[in-house]
Design a protein around this ligand. Sequence first.
Ligand code: PTJ
Length: 245
Amino acid sequence: MIPKSHPRYESLLLREKMVEASKEGILADSALIAHGRGEAFDYLLGERTTFPAKRAMYATVASMLLANNPVISVNGNTTALAIDDIIKLAEVLDAKIEINLFYRTDERVEKIAEMYKERGWENILGTNDDELKYIKNIENPRASASKTGIYNADVVLVPLEDGDRAEILSKTGKTIIAIDLNPLSRTAIKSDITIVDNVVRAIPFMCKIAEDLKEQDKEFLVNIKNDFDNKDNLKESLEQFKVKG
Ligand code: PTJ
């Protein structure tokens, strides 16, 4: 039991969640290493949601509301950290949720699918019952995609993604949106929109933005989307890491 007075209370709670998820077999073997890397970046960022991150979130929500087939891609880490908010976001954006694992095993897919179903999200894509196709004919589990989901999506949100898969996805002509605390990662650079923030803050924040933007007209959303420049925004995101001695 972590005392609430502990200065790193929130961060330790997330660690506990990840350790539990690992014991339950939801995570990849290297998931805790990935989480630790994220923690380090978040620490340097001051564990706050910055202005460039918020700007990227507005562009994300606008793009997803304008999309014909928006999909949220989920893996072990995102599910363990933010499943309830992911479901809320998919509901408010009218988006699909697809399991897409870097280290895909049938067992993990089944366990993760069950977690979504237990919470009432029945139409979870990317499972073994689904018709999986291969993006750009790359017959590698990393490139597998559900026919009705990522394969035919126009906008894909990939929180906390591996660089290889982000690169594969970015070559498909789809709008790829990443949430990655590392602004220097290949995922961050290859994506069309990069939110440099922790998924545990970004996803609930986008639920709020979506409630607001849903009421706006199409032209307003198009302007938000078109005004966004990922290269400039990433540069500003990087400047938020103020490391002082
Ligand atoms: O569940 P699977 O099989 O799909 O595997 C998932 C992992 C995360 C293990 C896999 O995709 C992987 O190895 O990823 P990488 O290459 O370690 O990249 C993860 C990126 O996410 C790193 O740049 C981290 O800084 C970042 N990251 C980690 N935790 C968070 C995060 N970004 C946002 N929020 C976090 N909580």
